[in-house]
Write a protein that binds this ligand. Structure first.
Ligand SMILES: *Cc1c(COP(=O)(O)O)cnc(C)c1O
Length: 361
């Protein structure tokens, strides 16, 4: 390995840009922004924002002001919204990097108007009980008069991933009602799954995250490309006999003479321990030399073992895909009892990150 790591994560920036273009087309008349919080879902804010900007994206959402500063370091002109909102401790950061808060409460609104008075988005909670003003608070705010003029009115769906959920329609109705309080203000409701719910969820701006990075979400959209591929180096091939066990806790006993490939990645890399296997429970799959192979036994901190008995050509030094084009990210996440979002954002800094498909123009 070039840099002495046994796990490499390849991020295809052309696929990321292509996914943004497809989502922008699916959003039709609405503007397509990009959600790049949590280090652009683990792909790296700087390269991701660079690729998305070159594709034509001009509005970004991050979770924290510190992330916003990193976005600003890449693009001098884009609009950057901070989902955490505003706190006076962050005033210099907002000013320095020309960030816009997503105002989530009356207190934040007061603080922002006191310390800056600049452009902001107003977040209305329409049924998630997370961040945002209640409809009642929004009404109070409008009674203050023309001083409160958000650049964007937004809300967030709790059940976008469940297209039939009644809450989607309830949130839509409440959001429509809120919009009448802010005539002429552009509106935004849809995350990735929300885009797939249909045009009446699109409003003026959509906010995809996971779909950009190739993660699965409910709904029918044009196929999106795999962006992130994780591959672990085969450190050793060993022969084991039937009846022996593999790994910590001896949780899996081999039922046949087996060839095992020991791979250099584990939960210390964010490859979740719960993705492992035991006698009772199948684990996730890996992919090597053209074949999908099952994990055997527990995932250790830095190692995981795959059964390659049926794949004759595997050697130490080969790379096995843990997820990517052959092993869907979300399948591995499902084996670990979680979602693609958590697997992507939990990948450690230890792994080597390789960027491909950078468009330079
Ligand atoms: C994370 C987030 C998104 C993006 O959600 P995805 O499901 O990843 O598309 C959009 N809007 C808000 C407010 C978010 O917190």
């Amino acid at each position: 390995m070039s840099d002495g790591n046994t796990l490499r994560i390849t991020i295809d920036l052309a696929a990321l840009a292509g996914n943004w273009r497809r989502l922008a087309a699916a959003a039709e008349k609405a503007e397509c922004s990009a959600v790049v919080k949590a280090d652009a879902y683990g792909t790296g804010i700087e390269p991701a924002v660079g690729a998305l900007s070159r594709a034509g994206c001009t509005t970004f959402f991050v979770a924290t002001p510190a992330e916003g500063e990193r976005v600003r370091g890449v693009t001098p002109s884009a609009v950057v919204y901070v989902l955490a909102g505003f706190d006076e401790d962050w005033a210099s950061c907002f000013a320095r990097s020309d960030l816009r808060p997503v105002i989530n409460s009356v207190e934040q609104l007061d603080a922002w108007q006191h310390f800056s008075g600049g452009a902001f988005a107003l977040h209305i909670d329409t049924g998630m009980n997370r961040l945002g003003l209640t409809l009642h608070e929004a009404l109070e705010v409008t009674r203050r008069g023309s001083g409160v003029a958000p650049r964007l009115l937004m809300s967030h769906l709790a059940c976008g991933d469940t297209p039939d959920a009644a809450l989607n329609r309830e949130q839509l109705a409440l959001f429509e009602e809120t919009r009448t309080l802010f005539p002429g203000v552009p509106a935004s409701l849809a995350n990735s799954a929300g885009i797939a719910l249909g045009a009446n969820y699109h409003f003026d701006l959509v906010r995809p995250g996971i779909a950009l990075y190739g993660g699965r979400f409910a709904g029918e959209l044009p196929p999106l490309a795999t962006v992130v591929t994780a591959e672990a180096q085969v450190l050793q091939i060993r022969e084991a006999t039937a009846g022996e066990t593999v790994g910590y806790g001896a949780t899996e006993r081999l039922t046949r003479a087996s060839r095992l490939a020991v791979l250099g990645a584990g939960y210390g890399d964010g490859y979740l321990r719960a993705a492992g296997a035991s006698d009772e429970r199948k684990g996730a799959m890996a992919y090597v030399r053209g074949r999908a192979v099952p994990l055997v036994g527990r995932v250790s901190m830095d190692l995981v073992v795959a059964d390659v008995t049926d794949v004759h050509s595997v050697h130490a030094g080969d790379f096995a895909e843990l997820f990517g084009p052959h092993i869907p990210l979300d399948d591995v996440a499902a084996h670990a009892g979680t979602i693609g979002y958590e697997l992507l954002t939990g990948l450690s800094r230890r792994a080597e990150r390789i960027y491909t498909g950078a468009e330079t123009h």
